[in-house]
Design a protein around this ligand. Structure first.
Ligand code: GLU
Length: 507
């Protein structure tokens, strides 16, 4: 049977990076097994619907390079893939459960439910929940006569349909990551499966759709593990045990200090994004930063996420999507939470920045320098990028490292000047200028020859000329190799900068 997996987000807000990781693992698993990856939008809870959230999810996946084979927009044989558009098909299954004695109507009002909770809390009688212990004291089709139940339904009274959890059973969940998880059914409550508004709840819709969409593996966040026994029971009660998918519950993403779940607030507090793309909350207008807008390459973002919970079993850290697909397996997903490390995220971006073809970054860099009133050919930009990129993590940091290629220094680092600019420096540099005049071609190796010949002839050492030369060109004691800087600046500009420094720094 071919592998079919799904990512099933609810459009209740922006997708947390943990959600992207879930989508990614599903995608990797599907591709590894030549299977299908579905996107299913679980929007049955209309109270939690947030405008723009679905578009945000779709765009985040696209940016991350996680493409679905079936889903809203993409189509597929098991659509529609938005639960609100499948609304009518769930009722039948809820009714089937009722007729088989696995579910029942419940008419309890919010006040009655609250009263039950209070009563149970006061009695300290275990879990205050709607379950096998309490259901017989409530208003439902188990306690009311069939006539009364029909009367209430016909009269349009509000009701829900609840699952009837069997008593004293051990429910077994086989989890590919956690092994066998056994749960005593007494701990489970009679969850609502179908609501008065004609919509199924997450539990019913999720199981029905996984079945109808022929899902073979349910790979999702650990927060859904407590729901898994209920889902296992639903498969049983609906007669679908044979086609029950395998489960794999992924470990949580933890805060950088390792204590507790990574939250939006951690990002705000420590200054890193927890969302793939920037998100503007439609009701509060609050803007949360995204990886994309913060300057991350999608490849770096995905690579970083892939290793949060999964390890390849080798020292390799840099993986392109194809390599991830090749290497991924659920056996290598850990049980314990994965600590998020914002510095490591930057490290990944740094690595990708070093690997990329400089010509590809040149366009982005070109836009930056334009903002500063300059322009340059792609070739020149690419050259500059290759010289300075090892000093930065992001493309937007390039300008700081490269501004001197476009603008002659308007001041000189005083501390550095004090140490390296001596009384005889102007004389040395002006003499050097005379030599540079005749350096042809003005390229690193030829410049290097000139510099060496000059030092030899004048019996001076590198320390007497190179730092001062750098200062004249850059305005500070930093930057890539001097001969490289000189070759990019060009002969005339180098000579001009040397003269400028001599005039301004003097003796
Ligand atoms: N709609 C659920 C969510 O928002 C899906 C959980 C699952 O994958 O079963 O995460």
């Amino acid at each position: 049977m071919s592998v079919r997996v799904r990512f099933a987000p609810s459009p209740t807000g922006p997708l947390h990076i943990g959600g992207v990781r879930t989508a990614l693992y599903n995608y990797l698993f599907a591709k590894k097994h030549q299977g299908a990856f579905l996107l299913r939008i679980e929007d049955t809870d209309q109270n939690r619907f947030v405008p723009g959230a679905e578009e945000y999810i779709t765009e985040s996946l696209k940016w991350s390079g996680i493409y679905h084979d079936e889903g809203p927009g993409a189509g597929g044989p098991y659509g529609p893939y938005r639960q609100s558009e499948r609304k009518d098909l769930y009722r039948e299954y809820a009714l089937q459960l009722i007729s088989n004695g696995h579910a029942y109507y419940a008419f309890d009002t919010p006040e009655e439910l609250e009263a039950m909770r209070k009563r149970l809390e006061a009695n300290k009688s275990g879990n205050p929940q709607y379950d096998s212990q309490t259901r017989m004291q409530m208003n439902n089709s188990l306690t009311l006569s069939p006539g009364e139940v029909n009367r209430r339904i016909d009269a349009g009274e509000a009701f829900v349909i609840r699952i009837k959890i069997p008593e004293g059973q051990e429910v077994l969940v086989n989890d590919l990551i956690r092994g066998q998880v056994r749960v005593d059914s007494r701990l489970l409550d009679d969850k609502v499966l179908f609501k008065g508004d004609g919509m199924p709840t997450y539990h019913l819709a999720n199981v029905v759709d996984d079945y109808l969409m022929k899902i073979t593996h349910v790979i999702r966040g650990e927060e859904w593990l407590p729901s898994a026994p209920l889902h296992v029971l639903l498969y049983k009660f609906l007669g679908w045990e044979e086609s029950m998918p395998e489960f794999a519950h992924l470990p949580l993403l933890l805060k950088p200090d390792g204590h507790g779940k990574l939250s939006k607030r951690d990002g705000e507090r420590l200054g890193f994004p927890v969302f793939p793309l920037e998100w503007k909350d439609p009701s509060s207008g609050e803007v949360s930063p995204g990886y994309r807008e913060s300057g991350y390459f999608p490849e770096a973002f995905v690579n970083m996420l892939a290793l949060l919970g999964w390890n390849p079993g080798t020292e390799q850290e840099i993986f392109g999507m194809h390599e991830l697909i090749e290497a991924f397996s659920l056996e290598r997903v850990g049980k314990s939470g994965a600590r998020f490390d914002p510095e490591k995220a930057k490290w990944f971006n740094h690595q990708y920045l070093q690997q990329k073809d400089p010509e590809r970054i040149a366009m982005l860099f070109g836009e930056q320098i334009k903002k500063h009133g300059h322009q340059a050919s792609i070739e020149k930009l690419a050259k500059i990028i290759s010289l300075v990129r090892d000093r930065v993590d992001f493309v937007h940091e390039l300008w700081d490292q490269a501004a001197f290629f476009f603008e002659a220094p308007d001041r000189y680092d005083e501390k550095f000047a004090k140490k390296k600019w001596k009384a005889n420096t102007p004389g040395i540099l002006l003499q050097l200028n005379d030599k540079l005049q005749f350096t042809e071609p003005f390229e690193p190796s030829q410049i290097d020859n000139t510099l060496h010949a000059f030092m030899e002839e004048n019996e001076i050492v590198a320390g007497q000329v190179m730092p001062a030369l750098r200062l004249a060109l850059v305005g500070a004691g930093r930057g890539p190799e001097v001969k490289e800087i000189m070759s990019v600046l060009g002969k005339e500009e180098v000579i001009r900068r040397i003269q400028g420094a001599v005039e301004r720094l003097g003796c």
